[in-house]
Design a protein around this ligand. Structure first.
Ligand SMILES: C[S@@+](CC[C@H](N)C(=O)[O-])C[C@H]1O[C@@H](n2cnc3c(N)ncnc32)[C@H](O)[C@@H]1O
Length: 336
């Protein structure tokens, strides 16, 4: 049935096997011509030679008990699954999930194991949901989706399918763990960057780009690239860091920002709306601006490294350690 598999090495074929049901759906949803390229790249990126930890992560996945899912929850703060599990299996499940530390996005509740991730990603969803056009029946693309938390929430809101892409392989492994436990194939996180998507891939109904723009050296190029991926009338959901100020202003951190090396530009909300409009989107509007608190982003048992608290000035938490305005994030909605 899958002729393109014939050309793949056995290792590549194994790596993409868990994604097959999703790729079949994506193919049936109008993207059939792009599937061979997506499968090929996914296989290459997940080859054990590409990352020193991949074998260990795979072993954790293979050791993970996966009881039949009885109740799957995609429309609540903690994305999750419940079913019959004995205490021994629950402890093995916890161990396998902990081997995929650090969990930055969540929360999840998987057969009684609560993953309290670094970010309360549900708070971002709650800010976004009232402004999102109904996603029922839509094909959603989530660019820079992390481990796929918002992809699950989009499915919970009625989306038909959600393609997530993220080049961070640990995020992909975390997605695979959750997807296996949920028994779901309507969403996937492929190990790809935006630049990896096959040329000509277009036609998504809704596109999320959340937490990515400030990591891009050329933010307007990013906006143009994502514009091409949406169908006419499709909706953009953009979320990024902003600073207070007038339209036209932008902060370009000289060195690090909140200890991050890869933050290139932080516009004001007005500048952001202008950028979005200049890149061809219609009706760009900032629907929310929220300062990030140490309750929304923090160290937990599931993310034991330092977090936002250590990136802020201990005397003036309104400033970062570098003396710049503390993180606040804007959500923009626009259409093509
Ligand atoms: C701050 S996280 C945001 C995750 C999620 N979208 C959210 O809002 O919670 C940014 C993500 O973008 C991913 N990323 C970085 N460069 C990317 C690129 N060129 N294409 C796609 N994703 C990228 C990173 O791996 C990271 O997981």
């Amino acid at each position: 049935m899958h002729d393109e598999n014939d050309a793949l090495s056995p290792q590549t074929g194994d790596a993409i096997a868990p994604f097959r049901p999703f790729l079949d759906r994506l193919g049936a949803a109008g993207f059939a011509r792009r599937i061979p390229a997506l499968a090929e790249l996914t296989g290459q990126r997940l080859d054990p030679s590409t990352h020193g930890d991949l074998r260990r992560w795979r072993a954790a996945l293979e050791a993970m008990p996966s009881p039949p899912p009885e109740l799957v929850t995609l429309d609540a703060a903690a994305v999750g699954v419940a079913g019959a599990i004995d205490p021994q299996d629950q402890s093995r499940l916890r161990q396998a999930l902990m081997a995929l530390h650090p969990w930055r996005k969540g929360p999840y509740r998987l057969h009684g194991v609560t993953i309290d991730s670094e970010w309360r990603s549900d708070w971002k969803w709650d800010r976004l949901a009232p402004h999102l056009s109904p996603v029922a029946g839509r094909r959603v693309l989530d660019v820079g989706c992390g481990n796929g938390y918002h992809a699950w929430r989009a499915l919970g809101a009625g989306a038909d399918l959600v393609l997530g892409i993220d080049p961070t392989l640990l995020s992909v492994m975390q997605f695979l763990a959750v997807a296996r436990l949920l028994g779901e194939s309507r969403a996937a996180v492929l190990p790809l960057a935006l630049e990896d998507l096959p040329p000509g891939m277009t036609g998504f109904d809704t596109l999320f780009s959340m937490g990515v723009l400030y990591h891009r050296r050329a933010p307007l190029d990013h906006l143009r690239d994502i514009h091409r991926l949406l169908r006419p009338g499709g909706e953009l959901v953009l979320e990024t860091l902003v600073v207070e100020g007038q339209a036209g202003q932008v902060l370009v951190p000289a060195g690090r920002y909140a200890r991050m090396r890869n933050v290139w530009s932080i516009p004001t909300p007005g500048t952001l709306e202008t950028w979005v409009a200049e890149c061809g989107f219609r009706g760009a509007r900032v629907v929310d601006v929220t300062a990030t608190t140490r309750l929304e982003q923090r160290s937990t048992e599931w993310m034991r490294f330092e977090s936002l608290a250590e990136a802020l000035d201990p005397v003036d938490p309104g400033r970062t350690l570098e003396g710049l305005p503390a993180p606040r994030r804007a959500l923009v909605i626009a259409s093509v």
